[in-house]
Design a protein around this ligand. Structure first.
Ligand SMILES: Cc1ncc(COP(=O)(O)O)c(C=O)c1O
Length: 493
C-alpha cells in the first residue's frame, strides 16, 4: 500500500502523506478482511447490530485514547470507569450489595487471556510455599489456561470430558487435585462447544480441598444470566455458587464492547491481593500494576463504559433474546441436513456440528460456506472428539438466519460432490510421522508453498491445510502453525 516512489534515498520511513491518504490506505487494507458486520461471521467478532453504537464507541474511544491507566491519580476518569465496569460485571454475575457475594472486587484487563493469566498468577502467588504449583482444568478449558501455565511455570493437569456431554466429571476433577494444586478452573460456557461445566460440583470439590476455583465466563458470562431470565435452564455458575473464588468475563465479547476489555473478579480483596505487582526498587516512579500491562490506553475502557451504559440491562436482555432465537434457527437448519449432527444441544450461544458417518467433509464444507459468504470456524479432531464446525452466534445473525439453511444445504451438496480432500500420500506420511523437532526451515517453506501459504497471504480455500493439520498430532499442529505464522509475519520494507 505504501507508495515506494515517494521514498527518496535512504530514509528511515517513507515520506509522510496527507491524512486522507493514510486513512484511505487503512480502508483499502481493511477491505481484504472478513466482514465484522452483517451477521455472516461466526467467530472473532461480536456484533449486536445496534444502530449508532459504533459511532458512540468511536467517540468515547477518541475521548480517552491518550489517557493512561498507569496512574489513577493522574487520570481519575479511568478509575471511575473501571470501577463502574467492575460493578456492572459483578452485578451480572451474582455479586454486589444484597447478594451472597457483597465484597467482590475486580480489575479491567485487556482481554480474556490476560484475565486468565492473572487468575492463575494470583492463585500461584497466594502460595509462595508451593515450589511446583499446578492447576486443574477440563480438556475443553480455553487454551489461554495452557498459555498461563506456560508463562507462569505452573503445571497443567487436564481432565478429559465426556464425549457425549462434553463436560468433565467433578469426581475426576477432584481426583486430579494434588497437594500442589493452587487452582481448579472450569468454563461457563466453554468456547468450543458452548457447554456450561458443572460449576457447583467442581467448586464444591475445590472448596473441600481448600483450593481456589476460577470460572472462565469470558465467552458467555454476559449472556447466560440474561438467557436464564428468558427462561432457559442455565445452571448456577456465578458468585451465587459457594466455592467460586474468581470469575472472568470479557466485555469485548457478549457485552458487545470494542476489543481490549475483560473483567477479572475475585470474591474479596484478600483473594485479589496477590494479583498486584509493585516495584519501588529503582530510581523511577514506584510501579503498582493491578494487571499485566503498565501503560494502558483509556480508549477501550471508555468505549466499553459507553457501550454498557448505553445498552443497559434492558438492552442486553433484548439482545440475548434475539440471539437465542438465532441459535434456535441455526440449530434447526443444521438438524434438517442429512449428514450433519450437532455435537451437543446448544445451551448458550454456540452452535457446533460435526459430520455423520458418510456425511460431507467438514473442511470442504467450511470452504463452501465461505464461498457463499458464511465465515464459520473449523475445529480439528482432538482426543477422540471428531472435527467440528463452530458458530459463535451474536445478535447480528438474527436477520440472516433464514438465508443460512438453504445455503447450508447447497454447501453440503457441493462438498459431497467435491468429495473429501485427498492429501498426497507423502504429505499424510509427513503429518503422521514427523516429530516437531525434525521440521527444518526448508521443509516448512516447501510445505507452505505446496499448501499455497507462501508469500504473505492465505489461500481462499483452506480445506487442504485443515486436513493436513487434522492428520497431525497436537504438538506438530502447534509447530506447523508457528512456522506458517512466522512466514506471514515479515516486515514490509
Ligand atoms: C472461554 C474463553 N476464555 C478465554 C478466552 C480468551 O479471550 P481473548 O481472546 O479475549 O484473550 C476466550 C476467547 O474466545 C474464551 O472463549
Amino acid at each position: 500500500m505504501i507508495d515506494e516512489s515517494t521514498v527518496e534515498g535512504r530514509v528511515a520511513l517513507p515520506l509522510g502523506v496527507a491524512a486522507e491518504v493514510a486513512l484511505d490506505e487503512v480502508r483499502q487494507l481493511r477491505a481484504g478482511d472478513r466482514p465484522t458486520h452483517g451477521g455472516q461471521l461466526f467467530a472473532y467478532v461480536y456484533d449486536p447490530a445496534v444502530p449508532g453504537l459504533d459511532e458512540l464507541t468511536a467517540a468515547a474511544h477518541r475521548e480517552s485514547a491518550h489517557v493512561n491507566g498507569l496512574d489513577p491519580t493522574a487520570f481519575p476518569s479511568l478509575l471511575a470507569m473501571e470501577n463502574a465496569l467492575v460493578g456492572a460485571a459483578g452485578r451480572v454475575l451474582g455479586a454486589g450489595p444484597g447478594t451472597t457475594a457483597p465484597d467482590v472486587v475486580g480489575s479491567v484487563t485487556s482481554g480474556g487471556t490476560e484475565s486468565l493469566i492473572l487468575a492463575v498468577k494470583t492463585a500461584r502467588d497466594a502460595h509462595p510455599e508451593i515450589a511446583a504449583p499446578r492447576i486443574v482444568v477440563p480438556s475443553t478449558a480455553h487454551a489461554a489456561f495452557a498459555k498461563a501455565a506456560h508463562y507462569l511455570r505452573v503445571a497443567l493437569d487436564v481432565v478429559p470430558v465426556s464425549p457425549d456431554t462434553l463436560r468433565p466429571d467433578p469426581a475426576a476433577m477432584a481426583a486430579a487435585i494434588r497437594p500442589e494444586t493452587v487452582l481448579v478452573a472450569c468454563s461457563a460456557p466453554s468456547y468450543a462447544h458452548g457447554v456450561v461445566d458443572p460449576v457447583a460440583e467442581i467448586a464444591a470439590v475445590a472448596a473441600d480441598a481448600g483450593v481456589r476455583c476460577h470460572v472462565d465466563a469470558c465467552f458467555g458470562g454476559w449472556t447466560l444470566p440474561y438467557l436464564r431470565r428468558l427462561g432457559e435452564p442455565v445452571p448456577a455458575f456465578d458468585f451465587a455458587v459457594p466455592g467460586v473464588t474468581s470469575i472472568s468475563v470479557d466485555l469485548h465479547k457478549y457485552a458487545y464492547a470494542p476489543k481490549g476489555v475483560s473483567v477479572l473478579l475475585h470474591r474479596d480483596a484478600a483473594l485479589r491481593a496477590p494479583q498486584y505487582f509493585a516495584y519501588a526498587d529503582w530510581p523511577g516512579y514506584t510501579m503498582i500494576n493491578p494487571v499485566i500491562a503498565s501503560t494502558r490506553s483509556g480508549g477501550p475502557i471508555a468505549a466499553a463504559y459507553a457501550t454498557v451504559r448505553h445498552l443497559g440491562d434492558d438492552g442486553y436482555l433484548r439482545l440475548a433474546e434475539v440471539t437465542r432465537d438465532a441459535v434456535a434457527g441455526l440449530t434447526d437448519a443444521v438438524r434438517a441436513v442429512d449428514g450433519l449432527r450437532l455435537m451437543v444441544e446448544p445451551e448458550s450461544t454456540v452452535v457446533c456440528f460435526t459430520a455423520t458417518e458418510g456425511g460431507p467433509d467438514l473442511f470442504v464444507l467450511v470452504d463452501e460456506l465461505t464461498a457463499r459468504g458464511w465465515h464459520t470456524q473449523p475445529q480439528l479432531s482432538y482426543a477422540g472428539l471428531p472435527a467440528s464446525v463452530h458458530l459463535t452466534v451474536t445478535a447480528s445473525v438474527a436477520p440472516r438466519v433464514a438465508e443460512f439453511g438453504p445455503d447450508l444445504v447447497d454447501a453440503v451438496a457441493a462438498a459431497r460432490t467435491a468429495g473429501p480432500v485427498a492429501l498426497p500420500p507423502e504429505l499424510v506420511a509427513l503429518a503422521t510421522s514427523l516429530t516437531p523437532d525434525a521440521l527444518t526451515p526448508e521443509l516448512v517453506a516447501g510445505l507452505a508453498a505446496g499448501l499455497g501459504l507462501a508469500a504473505g497471504g492465505t489461500p481462499d480455500r483452506l480445506a487442504v491445510v485443515n486436513t493436513l493439520l487434522d492428520a497431525a498430532p497436537p504438538a506438530l499442529r502447534e509447530r506447523l502453525l508457528v512456522e506458517f505464522v512466522g512466514l506471514l509475519q515479515r516486515p514490509t520494507w
